[in-house]
Design a binder for this molecule. Sequence first.
Ligand SMILES: [Mn+2]
Length: 236
Amino acid sequence: MIYAVSDIHGCYDAWLRLLEAISFSGSDTLYVLGDMVDRGPEPVGLLRDMMARSNVIPLLGNHEYMMASVLRRLLVEITDDNAESYLTSDDLMAYAAWMENGAGTTLAQLRRLSREERANLLAYLGDFSLYEEVSAGGRDFVLVHAGFEPFVPGRPLREYGVEHTLFTTPSPGTDYFPDRWLITGHVPTPDCRIHQDGRHFSIDCGCCFGGSLAALRLDDLQEFYVPGLSGCAYSV
Ligand SMILES: [Mn+2]
């Protein structure tokens, strides 16, 4: 069976409960549509668990993009020779933007890792794809974190960049593909349930904001839910 999950945001307990709820096994494949880190309590534990599962396929979210951008700079050893010129104002702004987006727990946990473990995590993030094309149950799906915006019918998917796919919001009622189903995360659904608009599924159910963590089984479009983190203030 093939599943899609999104926006886990460090909710490691909910992740483990969801794997149990779908009876996840070695013969299944699970796509995680980005935003594993930030906001929630155990982002690094979640990433390490995902890394250990070869049948979990990660896609890039805007939070991993921010994290990788900052870490690529911070992981370089700062010496006397490069200290003054090393961090540019762009680096500092990228760091500030990431912190404003709930990076506190992620950074605190990264500090507790060895240099080698941090480098391994960064290499893992470097393998995340922007989108995936998957077939299951006689349907063809396109999986992406936020969408393809502005959407241009017929435009090859590989021509959409980070700015189009990670930081955008799908336009309601858009008929994206005549023969394919689109699955996105990024924007929490208002009722903490998977939302369907034509052949577009939104599967971010606000796990870290007191909503739920959802999995969509692509083979038969069955939905699975576990409770998310409670007590986290809602803000996008
Ligand atoms: Mn997002």
